[in-house]
Design a protein around this ligand. Structure first.
Ligand code: GCU
Length: 667
């Protein structure tokens, strides 16, 4: 059978190298366990089945290993030192490979780590691995609607078949839980942030409970996005004012109802007073009032509130860049201790490249979490191959200088800069009903990377790519190297042919597909492209220095210094912060105009390079996946030329210069 990508990174095909197989077989021929705990039973079963097919020989499960018998054993020790609740150790003790953890979840993570090592051909000799997640909440956020559609989803319809739930449980829910547990994801917000109040009805809560029951043994908690006006919509109250006693009581009762059904329910995610969603400001209240009333309601049950900072008011003279910081920074420290502010990685909206949001490092007393977007709303939907781990890595390793040098975004997130009581990293899911889960087979790697980096935010994107390719596609060394190389360059290539040098928000209106740099009218000025690129006869780019919007002042002084001088501002961020004359010579030796054209052209040209490289691995990857990616690369090439020509021709009207010599010939 051709492989279509359904098995993701849980593809345990036979290891081709017989000697290596033999070696593993001699080390882990047997699994010892007597546990009746569902989570440990899953761990045993994953190891039994996974090792069995990887090694081409059934692996026996028995109650205990004999003296000197080789094999795998489990040790549950609630007071094990050196690891956290979800952490684990993998240790060789005599001939035994011991999986040690404080909790059953830790044992499950250990089992997946062991499988990863075998899948990637890593030695099991004298193992002494200690691993604990650096971030507590590692979540997917689904933007799935109750009607089965997915906002910004490019991989089919929702995985959740609401109309079949709670009675029928699609086996895919279990596959979803396995895939997530294998990469350390421990929570899922199952519905869209533009939330239908319907999810809090008893009818839907029963459906959500059914999902929670499937996910629980895999260590995955369920969360819901809630509509702030629910007390009005569902409770028939006259208001949803958070300070109204009836509203407060309504939320308390609703939370109690949810926890009766789902005792380990995670909490609520809220998009309030943003893009038309209801919120506390509708009643003259603040984000603090809104978040805290919900926080009080879930607090007795151990729940949390994830309150999003994605807010901005239409202000033609203002700068949307500044909105989230301006609204939230003054509220620092006023939220209850079970509230976390969920911040998108950049100040605008998941653009192909953004500087980190100035809220990272600015909130000293209220925890903030990271929201990345796996679904490729601004990264070519499901037709462009963009490996996002380098984007994640770039943001996580950025230095906020909040408490001196080394205060990276990763350290803000994991609580080491300000001792946050809650830590969290989420990815807006790119999954859907497509057989291969993510539409573009290579987009699976972005889901994988999110899980791995939420566990350990300093993991390198190169290592993650290496693991993912070996686990999901091929173990042939040359093919692994070739595919990794494409992956690691893919995001920069995409940036070059769509938004080089710090351009942003040039995409089509509403659907956000393809280029529309000429867009100068929309329902709001900050939904147009001209608002952001500010092209005129003199130059290009948004001046965010003190001469312009002064958004730069939201960063710590050393960060401001990195960006404030156009002569030294790193080129990838140049037009984010400066209006640069067309004729300005850049550090590359080219003028702005020539550099811009060069990037658009060389970026588009690189898609052909991707195609050529991909062709080289044809014999080493599954035929269906090969053809799927090859087809999408053809579309990508077409669309790269579309971006290139639309942008270059449009900006040329302002630059009023010919294309640089190498690009004058039509191709
Ligand atoms: C973007 C996206 C919307 C989404 C919003 C959000 O604006 O286009 O579809 O609802 O982000 O994150 O809330």
């Amino acid at each position: 059978w051709a492989d279509d990508g359904y098995r993701l990174w849980l593809k345990f095909d036979l290891i081709e190298d017989a000697a290596l197989r033999q070696k593993y077989l001699s080390q882990v021929p047997t699994i010892a366990s007597t546990s009746t705990h569902p989570t440990v039973q899953i761990a045993v079963e994953e190891l039994r089945q996974g090792l069995g097919t990887l090694l081409g020989k059934p692996v026996a499960v028995k109650p205990a290993l004999g003296a000197n018998e080789k094999g795998i054993s489990f040790k549950l020790n609630p007071t094990e030192s050196g690891i956290s609740e979800e952490g684990f150790k993998l240790q060789t003790v005599g001939g035994t490979l011991q999986l040690i953890a404080q909790t059953e979840r830790g044992l499950l993570y250990a089992a997946y780590e062991l499988l990863r090592r075998v899948q990637t051909g890593t030695s099991l000799e004298k193992l002494s691995v200690t691993s604990s997640p650096r971030i507590q909440l590692r979540l997917l956020n689904h933007w799935d609607n109750h009607v089965g559609t997915i906002e910004r989803g490019y991989a089919g319809m929702s995985l959740w078949k609401w109309y079949e739930l709670p009675e029928r449980l699609d086996p895919r829910y279990t596959e979803y839980a396995r895939a997530n547990a294998a990469i350390g994801i421990n929570g899922t917000v199952v519905n869209n942030v533009n939330a239908s109040a319907r999810f809090l009805t008893d009818e839907y809560l029963q459906k959500v409970k059914a999902l929670a029951d499937v996910f629980r043994p895999y260590g995955i908690k369920v969360y819901l996005s809630v509509n702030f006006a629910s007390p009005r919509i569902l409770g028939k109250l006259k208001t949803a004012d958070p300070l109204d006693p009836d509203v407060r009581a309504w939320w308390k009762q609703k939370a109690a109802d949810v926890y009766t059904l789902i005792p380990d329910f995670g909490g609520f995610l809220v998009k309030a007073n943003s893009e038309g969603e209801p919120g506390p400001m509708d009643y003259g209240r603040t984000h603090v009032d809104g978040a805290n009333v919900l926080a009080e309601a879930v607090k007795p049950h151990g729940g949390i509130i994830m309150w999003r900072s994605f807010v901005y008011e239409p202000d033609p003279k203002g700068d949307r860049f500044k909105a989230a910081y301006d609204e939230f920074k003054p509220l620092d420290g006023k939220f209850h201790d079970n509230v976390i502010i969920q911040v998108k990685n950049g100040p605008i909206d998941f653009m192909p490249r953004e500087p980190f949001s100035p809220l990272f490092g600015a909130m000293t007393q209220t925890p903030v979490s990271m929201e990345f977007q796996l679904t490729q709303e601004y990264l070519g939907w499901a037709t462009h191959w963009v490996y996002q781990a380098p984007l994640f890595e770039e943001v996580l390793s950025a230095d906020t200088h909040a408490k001196g040098p080394g205060s990276t975004v990763a350290k803000v997130l994991d609580g080491s800069v300000y001792k946050y009581p809650i830590t969290s990293m989420v990815g807006v899911a790119n999954t859907g009903s497509d057989r291969n889960w993510t539409g573009h087979p290579m987009a699976q790697a972005n889901w994988y990377a999110l899980g791995r980096m939420a566990w350990e935010p300093t993991l390198a994107s190169e290592q993650i790519a290496d693991e993912w390719v070996k686990m999901s596609l091929t173990r042939k060394p040359q093919a692994v190297a070739t595919i990794k190389n494409i992956m690691l360059k893919s995001r920069e290539i995409y940036v070059d042919y769509t938004s080089p040098l710090g351009l942003h928000h040039l995409m089509g209106e509403g659907h956000h597909f393809g280029p529309e740099p000429w867009l100068n009218k929309a329902r709001r000025p900050d939904w147009t492209a001209v608002y952001y690129h500010r092209a005129d006869s003199l130059g290009l780019g948004f001046d965010r220095t003190a001469r312009g919007s002064n958004a730069l002042s939201q960063y710590a002084p050393p960060v401001q210094q990195q960006f404030e001088n156009p002569a030294t501002c790193p080129l990838p961020y140049l037009l984010w912060f400066h209006h640069v004359p067309w004729t300005q010579k850049l550090s590359t030796g080219r003028t702005l105009w020539n550099e811009l054209v060069h990037r658009f052209y060389s970026g588009a040209e690189q898609v052909k390079w991707m195609q050529n490289e991909w062709n080289k691995v044809k014999k080493d990857v599954d035929s269906e996946i090969f053809a799927n990616v090859a087809g999408r690369l053809l579309t990508q090439e077409k669309e790269a030329l579309w971006w290139r020509d639309a942008c270059v021709l449009y900006f040329q009207e302002y630059a009023r210069q010919p294309l640089p010599a190498p690009y004058q010939k039509p191709n």
